[in-house]
Write a protein that binds this ligand. Structure first.
Ligand SMILES: [Cu+2]
Length: 279
């Protein structure tokens, strides 16, 4: 019974527990839900009371009431006060939802802001400016993630992965969300809000995961026939494990690029029917 109540409540409230911003969204939702529950019980209770107390009886003539100024002003003022209160609370919490926190002491030791190709006023960074920046690319029908560490100055040769994003724990991860074709929507419920990937635009999100684990999501905008298959997972591992994984990805990509270069040279050297024009 003890665990039944929180799990029942969790069914109605946003998923959380993965990242501080998700927890703040959940907290705000629960406060609003609690206020709404009190109002619901009061209004429904008064209605049921009136239905029973003043039900039709033989020969009874109901009191003929034409308005009550004090009561009407009263519920207008109270309703306004509740709305203003909720708005103030929301704006007070908004900063901690939108602005990334600093990485924890056991997180990835980041040299500084990484992966930034341009300046943007909308892109938020932690107070110390250090985050692991990953580019999230939506495309029909798979998510691609590009990590910092390009081997060439034009950004080529950067490690990347599909579908599963690997991140270090206790590290602030900032996301640049883009799309290559249609509108997609990046959403890992336990890690915070939902963000659209729109062709030609950059959207920004962040999370900071404290515990190693797998966090699942799904493209949240109907993007075509394969939309249902467009799943996403975020796998949080300790920083040392992340470093090893990233180094391995980088090595694999460097090797594949080197092999492709050899193949390209071979094709370019060919003459006759097999010759490739403008490689
Ligand atoms: Cu999609």
């Amino acid at each position: 019974m003890g665990h039944l109540v929180p799990s029942t409540l969790a069914f109605f409230t946003p998923e959380s527990g993965g990242s501080p911003n998700a927890n703040h969204i959940d907290g705000l939702f629960k406060i609003t839900l609690a206020i709404a529950a009190v109002i619901y019980v009061a209004v429904t209770g008064a209605l049921v009371y009136a239905l029973i107390k003043f039900r039709k009886r033989k020969g009874a003539v109901p009191a003929q009431i034409r308005g009550n100024t004090r009561l009407e002003v009263g519920w207008t003022v109270v309703a306004t006060a509740i709305l203003v209160g909720l708005a103030v609370l929301t704006f007070a919490k908004l900063a901690s939802i939108q602005n990334p926190a600093n990485s924890g002491p056991s997180g990835e030791q980041l040299a500084g802001q990484s992966g930034l190709l341009y300046a943007s006023a909308e892109r938020r960074l932690p107070p110390n400016g250090k985050s692991l920046n990953i580019q999230v690319i939506g495309r029909q029908y798979i998510w691609q993630y590009v990590y910092p560490g390009a081997s060439e100055p034009d950004g080529l040769g950067a490690p990347y992965s599909y579908e599963e994003m690997v991140v270090p724990t206790e590290t602030t991860v900032t996301l640049d969300i883009v799309s290559e074709d249609v509108v997609h929507s990046w959403w890992i419920p336990e890690l915070g809000g939902k963000f659209q990937a729109v062709p030609g635009y950059h959207n920004y999100a962040w999370f900071k995961i404290s515990k190693p684990g797998i966090y699942r999501g799904q493209c949240a905008a109907l993007c075509g026939r394969g939309h249902a298959r467009m799943i996403a997972t975020v796998k949080a591992v300790p920083p040392t494990q992340f470093d090893a994984w990233l180094a391995y990805q980088k090595q694999e990509i460097t090797q594949a690029n080197a092999e492709a270069k050899v193949e390209r040279a071979k094709l370019n050297a060919q003459t006759g029917p097999g010759q490739v024009e403008n490689p």
